[in-house]
Design a protein around this ligand. Structure first.
Ligand SMILES: *[C@@H]1O[C@H](CO)[C@@H](O)[C@H](O)[C@H]1NC(C)=O
Ligand SMILES: *[C@@H]1O[C@H](CO)[C@@H](O)[C@H](O)[C@H]1NC(C)=O
Ligand SMILES: *[C@@H]1O[C@H](CO)[C@@H](O)[C@H](O)[C@H]1NC(C)=O
Length: 356
């Protein structure tokens, strides 16, 4: 045979073998029917998953209630194989290297805001949770939502047991500690959601900023540098004019959690990567997403509304009833709930108030 014929022959052989191999694989799957089924978002359809054997073994030796290293990420990966754990909680001086967020505008990234972020991070100087929490070998986090479902459940002491207690926007602690606890590791907020009364801010808590629009970074710069805020055009309601925290107690939440929650976990419309109708996740879900990447165990409390009980309060700290809830332009509450239900059902997260 000529060398060129020999090459052709080998190529044909590879093609035929490849075909047979592929076909027998398919046949095998059809006969045994074992291929796991995934939904549109990439989550396993049957969510009754078990821990990988070696982890089950390792955790089996721990005393009941002791923090299980890597638990949340392992369970998440079991139902969502695309999950990649590394994603820093806050932006640090190397933030421009975060490839997934550098090409998106706020809220899904920081494109166009690099300069102002640089200026802010130069003065905040700290980019972690603080030495004690950063060095923990196993970290248990609880995200405290603002739902009325928290009222009168006396969960305060249980919430305070967590290493990291995350609170959102203006949800108060004073006067409600029996139900919501006393500890606040961080309070995640955006300009319109931030507490406006300086005396309400807890000492020793981090002020964590989450941007939803480019203007928000400008607001943050004013707060960090304690500059007087002049116009407040462009905000959808009144905003805090002073945040009584030192720059070293302020952080910028990694916008990746908004992007991942919206487009990968919940499946909201991409809209060319821009903010649009119904494609912004709620802050609570963004916080849970952050915790999946940065905590070994994740619990939530105060999430979910019981639509069959519209007379219950919407928030644990005010009288507004749930029936006052309006169709939201920015959020898609029902789609978001589908995602959270998957996490609870598969035991990736623990729902202390059973509202999800
Ligand atoms: C757990 O305990 C078993 C037996 O009691 C032991 O063989 C195994 O090595 C332990 N695993 C770990 C991770 O300590
Ligand atoms: C909680 O308890 C207080 C005092 O007993 C009561 O006034 C309030 O209505 C209760 N709230 C809910 C949501 O059950
Ligand atoms: C939420 O998502 C569903 C399903 O994709 C869609 O039909 C509905 O219009 C969305 N709602 C909002 C407020 O965008």
């Amino acid at each position: 045979m000529k060398p060129s014929h020999k090459l052709l022959f080998v190529l044909c052989l590879i093609l035929v073998l490849g075909f047979i191999f592929n076909f027998s694989g398919k046949l095998h799957q059809r006969v045994w029917g074992q291929k796991p089924q995934y939904d549109k978002q990439g989550f396993l359809q049957k969510l009754d998953v078990k821990l990988p054997a070696e982890l089950a073994h390792q955790y089996g030796n721990l005393t009941e209630g002791v923090c299980k290293p890597g638990y949340a990420a392992a369970m998440m990966t079991a139902i969502y194989p695309k999950f990649m754990k590394p994603a820093p909680m806050f932006l640090d001086r190397n933030f421009k290297r975060l490839a997934k967020v550098s090409n998106y505008m706020p809220p899904f990234g920081f494109k166009t805001q690099e300069r102002i972020i640089d200026i802010i991070l130069t003065i905040t100087k700290n980019y972690g949770l603080g030495e004690d929490l950063d060095s923990l070998s196993c970290r248990r986090c609880v995200i405290v939502g603002n739902g009325g479902i928290l009222a009168n459940k006396s969960l305060g002491p249980r919430i305070d047991e967590y290493d990291v207690v995350v609170r959102l926007n203006e949800a108060p602690v004073t006067g409600f500690s029996k139900d919501v606890g006393t500890k606040t590791t961080m309070r995640i907020t955006y300009p319109e959601g931030a507490m406006q009364k300086p005396e309400r801010y807890e000492k020793d808590s981090l002020f964590v900023f989450s941007a939803f629009k480019p203007l928000d970074f400008k607001w943050l710069k004013h707060m960090v540098f304690n500059e007087k805020l002049r116009g407040t055009e462009g905000f959808w309601k009144s905003v805090a004019r002073h945040v009584p925290r030192e720059p070293t107690e302020m952080r910028i939440l990694n916008p990746y959690f908004i992007q991942e929650a919206a487009f990968q976990f919940i499946g909201l419309p991409l809209n060319n990567g821009l903010m649009g109708k119904g494609n912004i996740p709620t802050l609570g879900t963004v916080a849970i997403t952050m915790a999946l990447h940065n905590c070994d165990e994740v619990a939530v409390a105060g999430f979910g509304y019981d639509m069959n009980k519209p007379y219950l309060p919407l928030h644990y700290y005010e009288k507004v009833k749930m029936s006052a809830i309006k169709e939201s332009w920015t959020h898609n509450i029902s789609k978001e709930k589908e995602f959270l239900r998957k996490l609870v059902k598969a035991k990736v997260i623990t729902d202390l108030t059973n509202g999800i």
